[in-house]
Design a protein around this ligand. Structure first.
Ligand code: T3D
Length: 267
């Protein structure tokens, strides 16, 4: 039997998913992409999971689209019809970004090695990105005659500003994890040997927090980018009203008053 393309394990309420095609640096073919979508769907309806960690098996996080996948690889024959890359993107990459960004739990990317093309942008769509010092980020699209996808055009200028986004995407150079942290592209860069423990500790910490409030915060920050200050103030009010009716708010305040650790349960 062949190895599963996604390795899945759970410690407490933290589910860890590892992309598992190490021989091609976890590049993404249609089977792996579908398996990842299916795993995220299962997690979304599994109330035992309160945080997800996404990482890669072997020396890479993910080298992006599998360029040898017959669905996208140009045919050698000069008279062959060109491949429609939009099909792959609509079927897999768009839903994947939407899934990650609407997960009912926080998602931590533990970037263990190179993250290129769609692989880089999958990591950057996660809520908290922790990278090993030896890891790197490459907006590899321009090197093969493409433009950024997997949310990169939306995300990069928001994360690092237009000048840095253009530098990264036009040049397609390798950005070290340290420079990525310095630029504000990721949350933290840690020693290679510490990555697993740091990512798990972060995930366990998030898992113990009020999940609904964390997810609502992500949603509010994303949508506020498109709002006026007045509209953002109204949206904050509506959100706070909604969260104020939830159990976790009562629990958080009760725990604070009683000087005890809160036990958050909403998801
Ligand atoms: O096409 C569409 O559907 C549109 C969507 C596009 C989204 C995208 O992601 S476009 C960008 C695709 N990705 C790339 O262009 C990156 C290609 N890979 C690289 O540039 C390099 O491999 C890396 C810089 C990531 C790592 O370099 P290095 O020197 O550490 O490793 P390597 O020797 O290049 O790769 C190791 C093996 O993985 C090698 O196979 P081999 O020779 O040992 O049999 C290599 O061919 C394979 N590999 C790496 N990346 C991919 C890949 N195989 C297929 N697809 C890949 N993306």
């Amino acid at each position: 039997m062949s190895d599963p393309l996604i390795l899945s394990s759970q410690t407490g309420s933290v589910r860890t998913l590892s992309l598992n095609r190490p021989q091609s640096l976890n590049s993404l073919n249609s089977v792996l992409l579908q398996a990842l979508l299916d795993e995220l769907d299962r997690i979304a309806s599994d109330a035992t999971v309160r945080c997800v960690v996404l990482t890669g098996a072997g020396r890479a996080f993910c080298a992006g689209q599998d360029l040898a996948d017959p669905l996208v690889a140009p045919d050698a024959a000069s008279d062959a019809a060109p491949k429609d890359l939009g099909v792959m993107i609509e079927r897999f990459y768009q839903p994947l970004v939407q899934r990650i960004r609407s997960m009912p739990t926080p998602v931590v990317a533990a970037v263990n090695g190179v993250a290129a093309g769609a692989g880089a942008n999958i990591a950057l769509n996660c809520d908290i990105v922790i990278a090993a010092r030896g890891a790197s980020f490459i907006q590899a699209f321009s090197k093969i005659g493409l433009a950024p996808d997997t949310g990169g055009t939306w995300l990069l200028p928001r994360l690092v500003g237009r000048a840095n986004a253009l530098g990264l995407t036009l040049l397609g150079d390798k950005l070290s994890a340290e420079d990525a942290q310095r630029m504000g592209l990721i949350w933290r860069c840690v020693d290679d040997a510490a990555l697993h423990d740091e990512a798990q500790a972060m995930a366990q910490r998030l898992a113990a927090m009020p999940t609904q409030a964390l997810v609502a915060t992500r949603r509010a920050l994303d949508s506020a980018q498109l709002l006026s200050m007045e509209a953002a103030l109204s949206a904050e009010t509506a959100l706070q009203r909604e969260l104020g009716f939830a159990h976790d708010y009562n629990e958080g305040v009760a725990a604070f008053i009683a000087k005890r650790t809160p036990a958050f349960t909403d998801r």
